[in-house]
Write a protein that binds this ligand. Structure first.
Ligand code: GLU
Length: 298
């Protein structure tokens, strides 16, 4: 069995200490909802005399930009947040993600998927005449499992011929291996994990040996995070993270999925809406105290 090799950036906490984190992706400027999430995580650590970490989730090299990462540090510091150094940047930890991926592969829990988005859509559309063949998940139709049915020889031949592929989790096998799973949510109580609702999720993409699900689960373990606080839009993802913790033998933190801050008209805040960013509030003369109050923290 391959043992994990954790890089020097790991921040191990004494077992009883609370460790929280804020884990933004540098794909745009932070908005008030991010200020709320960061302040929430820092407050939870402070109240328990614990530690607060910042992590940069930058695995998507096509969308992440250095200017946005720099702005994350500046905007959070301007708001009065402090965090431990060094900051873990996922783009620097690909070898660790690859090790975990190889481990899942050896356990027989991954398969290559050669389908493009177009292929998947076509397959789902074709199955509409037989709706019982299309399984629905919380985010829409599930991957129909096309490449899970390929023979070993076909998989090898297609991969060797240079066809690009993603790696998907064989959900049925992983589920069987893990057995019943739960997690503790500070807001919602004990939750039964139902990762099977999400089908064979992608755990690595072409040229990137990880996906959000794998990276976030490993990082929280490696950094010794004991309380994952994040928006309720990520509640569903925790079903998958709980399964990955089980099959990879990782720690299960507590969770707190908090409500999302909304725009005055009830809309979800978005990075692409420049006027709602912390940066623009700074530029229009708001003080850090005012912005913290707008995010619900005085
Ligand atoms: N990087 C994710 C985001 O910016 C957050 C991941 C998490 O908190 O688990 O939405």
């Amino acid at each position: 069995m391959i043992s994990f090799h954790f890089c020097a950036m790991s921040n191990q906490a004494p077992p009883s200490a609370i460790v929280t984190r804020f884990a933004p992706s540098p794909t745009g400027y932070l908005h008030l909802g991010h200020a709320y999430a960061a302040l929430f995580a820092q407050r939870a650590a402070q109240e328990a005399n614990g530690r607060f970490l910042l992590r940069i989730e930058d695995i998507d090299s096509g969308r992440c930009r250095a200017e946005f990462e720099k702005a994350i540090y500046e905007d959070l510091a301007w708001l009065g947040l402090t965090w431990e150094q060094p900051v873990r940047r996922q783009s620097e930890c690909m070898a660790e993600f690859e090790t975990a991926l190889n481990r899942l592969h050896r356990m027989g829990l991954l398969y290559p998927c050669f389908c493009t988005r177009k292929d998947i859509k076509a397959e789902i559309d074709a199955a509409h005449s037989a709706p019982h063949l299309v399984q629905m998940g919380p985010d829409g139709p599930l991957y129909p499992g096309t490449c899970g049915k390929l023979s070993m020889i076909e998989r090898e031949q297609r991969a060797e011929s240079g066809e690009s592929f993603a790696l998907r989790l064989d959900m049925a096998r992983a589920r069987e291996q893990a057995g019943p799973l739960t997690w503790m949510d500070r807001d919602k109580g004990r939750i039964s994990a139902e990762p099977e609702l999400f089908g064979d999720v992608v755990l690595a993409r072409k040229d990137t040996p990880t996906s959000y699900h794998l990276a976030v689960t490993l990082d929280d373990h490696i950094q010794g995070v004991t309380l994952v606080s994040r928006g309720e839009d990520l509640f569903c993802a925790t079903h998958i993270h709980r399964l990955l913790q089980s099959v990879l033998g990782l720690d299960t933190p507590q969770y707190h999925h908090h409500g999302l801050l909304k725009a005055p008209d009830g809309r979800r805040l978005a990075k692409r809406n420049k006027s709602e960013t912390i940066r623009s509030l700074r530029q229009t003369g708001h003080t850090p105290k005012e912005v913290r109050a707008m995010a619900g923290y005085s």
